[in-house]
Design a protein around this ligand. Structure first.
Ligand code: MG
Ligand code: MG
Length: 242
């Protein structure tokens, strides 16, 4: 999983270099797939429940699951969330990042900063013995105290040989959820992925059956890392370092 995570991080590093006004999301998808395959890995999203591409590319009010297209051209001031998943030697890595396209508004900058920071604040709770809800509470409090909204409909997840494994790791506190009282244990690997919106926590899915947008059309952001619970605390796997 460490190797799979490293490949995911390298894909993101290449995408970060390529994102600029005038680039299409289909071009970013082709770049990502070439980097994934160059490393001997497989894009886990391609064909997953019929998804047609190697990355999800979601622009502005689009939150997740945007389908790359030659018709979607990035422009100055956009934000774009890119989710990357790979399988390497049978193991999965999964990481998402929201990128600015050129100069973005202060509000958009703030959304990106708060969502990324919420992920890292949450990861600090990923310690053996802590309940999953400790992560959920940390993320929700961080985001809501800064005036943004945590999406309810989608959650983080266990990850290993499959992309989505139990438990579900919520980004908000829901005591009724059966996984909330579960504890992080040494050896667990989880994909943690706060999704944050400017104007509402609610979402809807477009008629393409994939693209999820904020219900009110406000900006959406998504940051995700795959993390292992170790005796020494959380270890982020989707980074390109030792
Ligand atoms: Mg993902
Ligand atoms: Mg995920």
């Amino acid at each position: 999983m460490r190797e799979a995570g490293r490949i995911v991080a390298r894909v993101h590093a290449e995408l970060a270099q390529a994102i600029r006004p005038g680039v299409t999301t289909a071009e970013l998808d082709a770049l990502a797939e070439s980097v994934i395959r160059k490393h001997g890995a497989i894009p886990s999203f391609k064909g997953y429940h019929g998804f047609p591409a190697s990355i999800c590319a979601s622009i502005n009010e689009e939150l997740v699951h945007g389908i790359p297209s030659p018709e979607r051209v990035l422009k100055e001031g956009d934000i774009i969330s890119i989710d990357v998943g790979v399988i390497y030697k049978g193991y999965q890595g999964d990481s998402a990042w929201t990128y600015p396209v050129g100069e973005i508004t202060p509000k958009a900058r703030r959304l990106l900063d708060v969502t990324r920071e919420a992920l890292f604040v949450g990861i600090q709770q990923v310690r053996a013995g802590n309940r999953l809800v400790a992560y959920s509470r940390a993320v929700q409090q961080y985001v809501e105290s800064r005036g943004f909204y945590v999406v309810r409909m989608y959650t983080g997840h266990g990850i290993g040989r499959e992309m989505h494994e139990p438990p579900e790791v919520l980004n908000y506190v829901n005591p009724a959820h059966p996984d909330s009282r579960r504890r992080f244990l040494v050896g667990m690997t989880v994909a943690l992925e706060p999704m944050v919106q400017v104007g509402t926590w609610d979402t809807e899915t477009l008629s393409d059956g994939w693209t999820v947008v904020s219900k009110d059309g406000s900006l959406s952001a998504h940051f995700e890392h795959t993390v292992a619970v170790t005796p020494d605390g959380p270890q982020i796997l989707t980074v390109d370092e030792d």
